[in-house]
Write a protein that binds this ligand. Sequence first.
Ligand SMILES: Cc1cc2nc3c(=O)[nH]c(=O)nc-3n(C[C@H](O)[C@H](O)[C@H](O)COP(=O)(O)O)c2cc1C
Length: 214
Amino acid sequence: MANSPEQPKVVILYDTKSEGGSTDRFIEKLGMTFAETGAYVEKVKCKTRADYSFVKEFDIIVMGAPVYYLVVSSELLGAIIQSNLRRNLRRKNIALFLTCGSPEPMANLLYMPQMKAHLLTNKILEEKVFAPHELSDDEAVAGYVERILRAHRLASRNRSASLEWSDEALDMLEQIPSFFRNRVKTATEEYAEEMGYSTITLDVIDEAKAQLEG
Ligand SMILES: Cc1cc2nc3c(=O)[nH]c(=O)nc-3n(C[C@H](O)[C@H](O)[C@H](O)COP(=O)(O)O)c2cc1C
């Protein structure tokens, strides 16, 4: 599966209490819009108590839900607070959205922090409050997707530019089958960046591998 910065793997984690409602229809559109750019995309409706280790496999995690009675929908918020989701989101690029009826300034002040307060160490690529009329607006959705992908490409480029690979580590990377090489490169660079390494050596590759498998 491709996961170069141009064709990232995207997972949309969401919640709604209305089956077939406005959020469900929006998620369909969001998924299709990502897919049209060449991204690999999956959609997962959250449960508070679930195993979220699968998110490690994705390059971009898009998360959001409606607001009901001043609170972000409970299964998504519960998953962030109570499950292993937050641990598996480490080093991940995240985009957030909300669907709600309140004006944007109010939503940014009252609702967005309900998610962001638990994601302080993550890179938030983009966040958007979707008003009811924007949920089915092709341009609003396409703009959101475009900004996420642009920020992801930039973050990947900046990370690669600030890291060096030792000759031995590069040799090792080149031995990995091409379909899997980008995944290993990105995961190792994400690990090195978090650990503050400026050069990726064979030891760093081993550490990154052990941490991913652990
Ligand atoms: C019972 C209920 C409570 C709501 N409470 C809020 C609220 O407190 N603040 C807000 O901005 N929007 C509120 N909304 C608007 C929803 O967040 C918005 O319509 C959303 O798109 C609904 O998503 P759904 O169709 O998937 O349920 C509420 C909607 C409903 C039905």
